[in-house]
Write a protein that binds this ligand. Structure first.
Ligand code: PRP
Length: 188
């Protein structure tokens, strides 16, 4: 067994743990059981959105008891560093033609919802048999656009969170839990 970064290793950088490793694991097992049931007898393609969704994809996929195929997209918001502009460009497209396929987009977090809204309309135009969304985290208070999300792990407050795929300046993605950082980390 490996030894992951823990709360003590984080020292004063960590403000609080919002979702523990155990709660994430339990929730993904629950969501995987729902997905297994809903897609029984159908071929499912799960699409992870890089880089944040790497952890969710890895753990969710291993909690599924049916075979799935996996593909990845990398997208980036256009423009002057405003990540939630809603104008998105594709850095890496799918390797797979999704026409006629059952597709489940897997995200780490839905913040404003703009990235996903764009992604749903982009992938939707490719003629999938079905297109649904699974996200580990969602910030209802930050939503700028309503998205129909079939599988949600946790609704969280509108705070900046890191860990389990989520970064601050590319750090903290490898934390096994989701938490908030102390203000001094941001130079506050
Ligand atoms: C994060 C996250 C979502 C998006 C959500 O990705 O993984 O894709 O932001 O934000 P929104 O709902 O406001 O559009 P980010 O752009 O930080 O890239 P990363 O996954 O590579 O860290």
């Amino acid at each position: 067994m490996y030894r992951a970064v823990n709360e003590i290793d984080m020292g004063t950088d960590l403000e609080k743990v919002l979702v523990s490793k155990e709660d994430i694991e339990a929730k993904l097992v629950e969501l995987a059981a729902e997905i297994d049931r809903d897609y029984a007898g159908r071929d499912l393609l799960i699409v992870g959105v890089l880089k944040g969704a790497v952890m969710v994809m890895a753990d969710l996929a291993r909690a599924l008891s049916s075979n799935v195929t996996m593909d990845w997209m990398a997208v980036s918001s256009y423009g002057a560093g405003t990540k939630s502009s809603g104008v998105v460009r594709i850095l890496k497209d799918l390797d797979t033609d999704i026409a006629g396929r059952h597709v489940l987009i897997v995200e780490d977090i839905i913040d404003s919802g703009l990235t996903l809204s764009w992604l749903i309309s982009n992938l939707g135009s490719r003629g999938p048999a079905s297109l649904e969304v699974c996200t580990l985290l969602r910030k209802p208070e930050a939503a700028k656009v309503e998205i129909d999300v079939k599988y949600t792990g946790f609704d969280i407050p509108n705070e900046f969170v890191v860990g389990y795929g989520l970064d601050y300046a590319e750090k903290y993605r490898n934390l096994p839990f989701v938490g908030t950082l102390a203000p001094h980390v941001y130079g506050g």
